[in-house]
Each structure stands twice: as structure tokens, then as C-alpha cells.
Design a protein around this ligand. Structure first.
Ligand code: ADP
Ligand code: MG
Length: 685
């Protein structure tokens, strides 16, 4: 009996398998066909010829024409990787773009992500020996130059989204200019949306520009008649106007400035949609911003079902780096959040500022990819013509350059004035960075990089955090706290998506007697660790499990680096000698953070907290963010607010807020840790 049944079963299994294979082939076939429909495909041969003939080529084309996903594949197909011996790197200004595009290309090439196609972003390396095509952030390629100054493992570098002019992209272009002289076999592609191309060409001695003509349907532009007092409110009512009056299909793309704004918009839209109930067609709300967990990012690319409208709420990541098919309506409040140097404080802060004309034009273009579209600008026509800047300002002229200067110095580039740059930062800005680095102990009085400065560059995190860790292991006042500080530093990298929802309910379950956000994070991490990294613990405490897993990974990488530099041994030698350490441990942790962030300190005065920093006379009024445990502490225990507060970030919303705060109870800690800044108390206004 068995003998009869078995072959039948096998036959059945086989047909299933072959059906599956057919379906699989169809899927890949249709992807291959879609690739051929993209505008760059028509120019495939011409492009490859131009790349062959020139060491440097600039490629300009409309967003969505296939530059990012197709060009690197052409290079692979053409044999530029020398049968897997060399790699092709494609840089992106944003992490989300790097991971999302890599996933798409892996799918197109029908390989698993991390094998032939991979990505590398800070703290996450999804590549293997098999990888030939690597999407990465511009910052990661910059770091690779530290260990591989000639970029020997690459045959081609594509600097993508060059028009964004991030600091890392600008510095990369400067460094590549020199590398290309020594590596005649290295190809450089610079790809950009339709702005700035001639500037790049001039920078590289008049190298050729390849134009990929794109298709673009007309987009109707609508302006508001009066300036909008509340653009978020205006954006939401525009969404509903479109949704209730415009034909389907036709998805909507709304440009907002950041996570908090996007999440609060989502709540409002859901609330209104619930009230309207079945009176309106269904809506799918798809947010996209840098800290959105990866599993939720893919939602923006899922095809909208019939009789349904997708509402994409995006930061300016959707301006050029990600192309979402099916968008017919764009809503543009005209703002962007960008790093801006604030002379009053000597620091860079994230500020919400009006976009440039070039940006709002790009945004409008997103409505005209599938057919004629409409763009609703939530500002006046007058403002467009009279108030908006023509072009966005490159990051290099509006940010604190200390970390970049340190990186260049560690690469042996000491004449910063002569370093080739598309736009030069001011001498004042460079001097300011050198001064910061000196105060941090990264440079000596002659402007030479110190051993500490080199260590600060080695760590895969901001030099300020590296300094915290270095002090935690070696400084007389701090040592013995390397483990705790590593946990906290890792946590500080992921605070944006730590709690479930936006509430901080979690902290109230967890916190016993912590008096700073830093210690709260430490406690969360350690309790989770004690639960054996369990998922259940996270659910009980309303903390995101995936976020803590990322923290654990970051923590391990920092720890490994500390180990390699001998910091772990030093820390443990000291710690072993201590009988009772618990008493002073919190003070030591605080001091470690003071040593890394001496510029991020606010002092309590008659009008509340004011920033100090090195130019202590011109402070900025700042407030403790409502989410901080410092707020609860002062409220519940009627404790007096501490004289000083160290903050990790300043955030401008309705007021200037300090995020992630650590109280400093006595001035003596500051004087002990950073006498260069806090020597004279009477200087402090
Ligand atoms: P460009 O770099 O010129 O702006 P891209 O190469 O990014 O163009 O995009 C080409 C096409 O690939 C677009 O039609 C876009 O919709 C599609 N695409 C890109 N990323 C994804 C993704 N993650 N999922 C689905 N389609 C994608
Ligand atoms: Mg692109």
C-alpha cells in the first residue's frame, strides 16, 4: 500500500514546486521588465561608455529615473567588480535611504540582502565577503577612509544625492579629489537631482555631465491666499479636502519636519477619520522618517488597494532620496528641519526653517510622476517669490565643524584652508572648531592632534561620547564606570524610539530613585539585561523590544572598541580595588559625561536655566523637556532644581527644550572636570 501512495505524494509535491518556481520566475521577470521601463535604461550603453571614457562622471536626472537603483547594477553587470574581487560603493546622505534602496536592489537582483547586495550604516553592517554592491551612508564611507585611505577595495564610488550637500558628502568629494590622482583605476560617479551639477563639474576640473532626460507630467500648483498660522492644522484639513473631493486612485504625500510632528499628525488624522466613519473612503496612513523602525518603513511602498487612498507623511527624505509610486497630490507646508549654527551659543541645533525654492520645486515634482498631479503649498505665492532662498545652504557653512576637523586632522590633513571644498566654511567657523577641540583635549596648544584625539576618532560614535567613555575608564575622578557609561551612551543613541507610544509611562514603573534621564536609561538597560534580554520584560514596561536589541548591539560594538584600546582592562583593574563603590558611582558617571559634553551645560539663574558653553556671557534661555525625570523629581519631591544641568540635545518646539538631562549639584564638579571653561565662577554672569 505504502508503495502505491508514496510516488503519488511525490508527484503532487513536484507540481506544487514547479508552480512555485513558475510564480517565482514571473515575479523576477516582471521586476526585470519594470527595470527596462525606467528612463535611465534607454541610456544604459551610452552611460557605460561615458563611464569607461572618464574617470569622473556627473549624472543628473529627475528623481525616480533610476539613478540610485539601476546605475550600480549596470556597473555590476558590466564586470566592474572583477568577478567579486572589488566592490562598488553607493553613498546616501540618509540611513533610511541606504537600507531601503539596498533592499530594493537585492530584490531586483534576486539575492538576499547582506549577500551580493548589502548596506552599511552606523552600528549596522549588513555585508559579507560576497558583497559586491554596497549602499552606505556618506558618513560610513568617510570613516572607511580612516582605515583604507585609498579605498582599495572599491572599483567605483557613486556619491549619490550629491545635491543634498551634506557635510560628509562635501568632505568625501574633497578627499576623493586627491585619492583619484593616486588611483587612476577608480571610477567616481556623482549623481544629483537637477540642481548644482555645474558646480560639481567645475570642482572636478570640468568633468562631463551626463543628463538623463526624465518624464514629468504637469503639476498644478496651488498657494494659500494668506500665510498659515498653524501649518500642521492646515495640512490635515487639506488632506481631508483632497480625500473627500478628489478622484481615486491618487495617493497623497505630505512633507513634515520630523518624527514628533508626523506622529501627532497621524493621531489627529486617525481621530478625524474615525469620526467620519464609513462616510469616506478608507485611508492608509504611512509615516516615514529616520527613526521609524525598519519593519514599518516598507509600508510606504506597498501598493494601495482599490477604493483606498494612501497618505504618506514624510520628512524631506521623500523629496529626492525615496521615490514612492502612485503619488498624485503633494501637500507642502514649506519647512524643513536642519542643523543650524547658532552664533549666540556657539552650537549647532536642529531648527525648523523655511525650505528653499529649489526644494519646494522638487517636492512639487513628486506629484507628477505617474500622471498630471496637484501640489498644495501652505504658503503664499508672494512668499515663494520674495521670501524663499533660491538654494538650500550646504551643511558645511551652517554647522559646527569640530568633529569633521578632528577627522581631517587624524587623516593627516592639517592645512584646512587649502583642503578642496565646494563651499568654504568661514575662517571664524574653523577657528571655533579648533578651539572646541582644544577644550575637549583632542588638540594640544600647538593645534596637533593628541592621543586622546585619536582615540576619539577611533570610536564608532561622536567624539564627545568617546571622550565620556575614555574618562569613565581612565580619569581619576571618573574611572571604574566604563560599563555603566557604555550602557548609557548606547541608550542615548536610541532614545527617540525607546518607549511604546509617546508616553513615558514606562519610566514611572521602572524608576525607583533615579534623579537623571541618564540613570533612568541605565536602569532600563540593566533591568532588561537581568531579565535575560526578554521580550516579556519589554511588554510589561512599555519599552520597545527591537529598540533595546539595537541598543545591545551598539553597546557591544562600543565595548569591543574600548577593549581593543585597553580601556576595559584599566577600568577593571581600578574597579577590583574598590571595596564599596556604589556610594560614589553616580557622581563618577556624571563627571564622565561632564568631561565629554562641557559645552552642553545650562546654569540656573533668576529667569530659569541658561546655556553656558565657552561664551558664557551670551546664554540662551532653555527649559527642561517635559519628558525628563528631572521635571517629575522637582514636582513630586519638591526638590530644589539643581544649579546646573547637563543636556544631550537642545530641541526647539514651542520653547527651547533640553532633552536627556543630568543634574549637576555642585559647581566643583565642573571646575574639577573642565577647569579650562569653568575656572572662574565670577565669569558666569
Ligand atoms: P532615482 O535615484 O533616479 O531617483 P530610483 O533608482 O531611486 O531613482 O528609483 C527607480 C524606481 O525604483 C522608482 O520607480 C521607484 O519607485 C522604484 N523603487 C525604489 N525603491 C523602491 C522600493 N524600496 N520599493 C519599491 N520600489 C522602489
Ligand atoms: Mg536616487
Amino acid at each position: 500500500e505504502d508503495d502505491e501512495i508514496l510516488p503519488e505524494k511525490d508527484a503532487e509535491y513536484d507540481t506544487h514546486l514547479s508552480e512555485r518556481l513558475d510564480a517565482e520566475q514571473n515575479r523576477t521577470k516582471s521586476i526585470q521588465e519594470m527595470r527596462k521601463l525606467l528612463p535611465v535604461f534607454q541610456y544604459r550603453e551610452e552611460l557605460l561608455q561615458a563611464i569607461k571614457d572618464n574617470q569622473i562622471l556627473i549624472v543628473v536626472g529627475e528623481t525616480g529615473s533610476g539613478k540610485t537603483t539601476q546605475l550600480p547594477q549596470y556597473l555590476v553587470e558590466e564586470g566592474y567588480t572583477n568577478s567579486g574581487k572589488l566592490q562598488i560603493a553607493v553613498t546616501q546622505p540618509r540611513r533610511v535611504a541606504a537600507t531601503s534602496v539596498a533592499a530594493r536592489v537585492a530584490e531586483e537582483m534576486d539575492v538576499c540582502i547582506g549577500k551580493e547586495v548589502g548596506y552599511s550604516i552606523r552600528f549596522e553592517d549588513k555585508t559579507s565577503e560576497k558583497t559586491v554592491l554596497k549602499y552606505m551612508t556618506d558618513g560610513m564611507l568617510l570613516r572607511e577612509i580612516l582605515t583604507d585611505p585609498e579605498l582599495k577595495r572599491y572599483s567605483c564610488i557613486m556619491i549619490d544625492e550629491a545635491h543634498e550637500r551634506t557635510l560628509a558628502t562635501d568632505i568625501l568629494l574633497g578627499l576623493l579629489k586627491d585619492i583619484l590622482v593616486h588611483r587612476k583605476d577608480l571610477k567616481l560617479l556623482i549623481s544629483s537631482a537637477t540642481m548644482n551639477a555645474t558646480k560639481f563639474s567645475r570642482f572636478f576640473g570640468g568633468c562631463p555631465i551626463f543628463n538623463v532626460p526624465g518624464r514629468r507630467y504637469p503639476v498644478d500648483i496651488h498657494y494659500t491666499l494668506q500665510p498659515e498660522a498653524n501649518y500642521l492644522h492646515a495640512a490635515i484639513s487639506t488632506i481631508f479636502q483632497i480625500h473627500t473631493s478628489q478622484e481615486l486612485p491618487g495617493d497623497v504625500l505630505v512633507f513634515l519636519t520630523g518624527q514628533e510632528e508626523i506622529e501627532s499628525a497621524r493621531d489627529k488624522i486617525e481621530e478625524i477619520a474615525n469620526k467620519l466613519g464609513s462616510g469616506i473612503p478608507q485611508m492608509i496612513i504611512a509615516p516615514i522618517y529616520a527613526n521609524l523602525p525598519q519593519e514599518q518603513q516598507d509600508q510606504i511602498f506597498v501598493q494601495t488597494p482599490p477604493n483606498c487612498r494612501k497618505i504618506v507623511l514624510a520628512t524631506n527624505i521623500a523629496e529626492t532620496s525615496l521615490t514612492i509610486d502612485g503619488i498624485k497630490f503633494v501637500i507642502d507646508p514649506g519647512y524643513v528641519k536642519e542643523n543650524s549654527f547658532v552664533p549666540a551659543t556657539g552650537m549647532s541645533q536642529l531648527l525648523t526653517v523655511p525650505c528653499s525654492r529649489a526644494s519646494v520645486d522638487q517636492r512639487a515634482g513628486r506629484a507628477g510622476r505617474v500622471g498630471p498631479g496637484k501640489c498644495y503649498r501652505l504658503f503664499t505665492k508672494w512668499s515663494y517669490y520674495n521670501e524663499l532662498e533660491m538654494m538650500p545652504k550646504p551643511e558645511i557653512v551652517r554647522t559646527n565643524l569640530a568633529n569633521t576637523v578632528l577627522l581631517l586632522l587624524s587623516l593627516g590633513i592639517s592645512d584646512l584652508i587649502k583642503f578642496p571644498m565646494l563651499d568654504k566654511p568661514s575662517i571664524a567657523s574653523l577657528t571655533n572648531s579648533l578651539e572646541d577641540l582644544y577644550l575637549m583635549g583632542a588638540l594640544n596648544s600647538k593645534g596637533k592632534i593628541t592621543r586622546l584625539g585619536r582615540i576619539m576618532c577611533e570610536f564608532p560614535c561622536e567624539p564627545q561620547f568617546a571622550k565620556v567613555l575614555h574618562s569613565a575608564a581612565t580619569h581619576e575622578q571618573c574611572k571604574g564606570t566604563l560599563e555603566e557609561c557604555t550602557d548609557i551612551v548606547a541608550m542615548l543613541h536610541e532614545t527617540a524610539s525607546l518607549f511604546v507610544g509617546r508616553s513615558k509611562d514606562a519610566s514611572s514603573h521602572i524608576v525607583g530613585e533615579v534623579d537623571s534621564d541618564h540613570l533612568l536609561y541605565l536602569q532600563i538597560y540593566q533591568e532588561w539585561k537581568n531579565s535575560n534580554y526578554s521580550r516579556a520584560w519589554c511588554q510589561d514596561h512599555k519599552v520597545q523590544y527591537k529598540t533595546l536589541c539595537r541598543v545591545r548591539n551598539i553597546r557591544n560594538q562600543l565595548w569591543k572598541c574600548a577593549e581593543q584600546m585597553g580601556l576595559v582592562v584599566m577600568n577593571e583593574t581600578y574597579r577590583r580595588k574598590q571595596v564599596d563603590f556604589t556610594q560614589e558611582i553616580n557622581t563618577r558617571i556624571s563627571k564622565s559625561f561632564i568631561s565629554g559634553f562641557p559645552m552642553n551645560i545650562a546654569q540656573l539663574g533668576t529667569t530659569g536655566y541658561r546655556t553656558t558653553g565657552k561664551k558664557s556671557s551670551s546664554g540662551l534661555n532653555v527649559h527642561i523637556h517635559p519628558s525628563s525625570v528631572l521635571i517629575e523629581q522637582t514636582r513630586e519631591n519638591a526638590k530644589k532644581p539643581s544649579k546646573y544641568v547637563l543636556y544631550q540635545r537642545l530641541m526647539l518646539t514651542s520653547k527651547e527644550f533640553m532633552r536627556d538631562c543630568l543634574p549637576i549639584y555642585t559647581e566643583s564638579w565642573l571646575i574639577e572636570m573642565v577647569p579650562q571653561i569653568f575656572k572662574k565662577p565670577n565669569n558666569q554672569n
